[in-house]
Write a protein that binds this ligand. Structure first.
Ligand code: AP5
Length: 241
């Protein structure tokens, strides 16, 4: 099967450390669509000291969510870029019930209305991981400045603290400190779990077991995407998704 021939729009949901970023990168690469991570975009803005970064920085450092208004505006800008014409993988968005409602309205009113009529509403994939495993994943995570993700316990680089792909020095994310991790997990329970309920009630949520090794999780996700695409394709004589 060649993922590059298909159009796809996917949302990844899951707790901090569930593996959204890891899987979103692989799926985006496979289907040749952009990986849109709100966390990565925000961290990049913080690092560059932009106005958006300055507004987001304090909340991120405390492990709290950045305001809906700021994040929705940022996503609207990203989805207006031409590279989303074959689809996209959203990672870390939506993260509140308000963001989920906003996204559906935006896609229906502005996105599909224009040049993206061939895409249907995104497939929503919830990555589920055991709580103790999440803590190991977050405390052991190391990232390279170009975004490659490692884990000193579970997915170590070949050479300590050095990225296998580009040789850059690996870093610990500012919000991967234990006190901030607790806040992030609490924000997830309180604000992001209702997003899963929102999609579940609409019959659009599919859960995968994220406790398995990375390739096994990816295989489950690809199966879900292909099944959903066939289901949509069956109702569409053009075969387009
Ligand atoms: P964000 O960057 O989105 O962070 P997060 O949701 O907390 O998720 P993480 O990036 O921590 O985890 P992940 O699920 O991507 O796991 P990963 O693949 O890295 O957001 C950061 C902050 O930005 C938020 O706290 C908030 O302030 C703000 N923000 C972002 N979006 C926002 C929004 N929409 N609204 C408001 N505010 C927003 O994997 C984790 C580790 O596990 C890695 O070490 C990896 O190597 C390892 N691993 C992954 N999969 C496996 C596996 N299957 N087996 C073994 N190890 C694995």
């Amino acid at each position: 099967m060649d993922g590059s021939l298909r159009k796809v729009a996917v949302i990844f949901l899951g707790s901090p450390g569930a593996g959204k970023g890891t899987q979103a990168k692989l799926i985006a690469e496979y289907y040749k669509v952009p990986h849109i991570s709100t966390g990565d975009i925000l961290r990049d803005n913080v690092a560059r000291g932009t106005e958006l970064g300055l507004l987001a920085k304090a909340a991120m450092e405390r492990g709290e969510l950045v305001s809906d208004e700021l994040v929705c505006g940022m996503v609207a800008g990203r989805l207006a870029q031409p590279d989303v014409n074959r689809g996209f993988v959203l990672d870390g968005f939506p993260r509140t019930a308000m963001q989920a409602g906003w996204l559906d309205a935006f896609l229906e009113d502005e996105f599909f209305d224009k040049t993206h009529v061939h895409l249907s509403l995104p497939i929503v994939i919830q990555i589920e991981v055991d709580y103790n495993q999440l803590l190991r994943r977050l405390t052991g995570r190391r990232t390279c400045p170009a975004g490659h993700i490692y884990n000193i316990y579970l997915q170590p680089p070949r050479v300590d603290e050095v990225c296998d792909v580009d040789g850059l020095k690996l870093m610990i994310r500012n919000d991967d400190r234990e006190d901030v991790i607790r806040e992030r997990l609490a924000a997830y329970e309180l604000q992001t779990k209702p997003v899963a309920d929102y999609y579940w009630e609409k019959g659009r949520l599919v859960a995968v077991n994220g406790d398995l090794p990375v390739p096994d999780v990816t295989a489950q996700i690809c199966r879900v995407i292909e099944q959903q695409k066939s289901a949509v394709g069956a109702g569409d004589p053009s075969g387009n998704y």
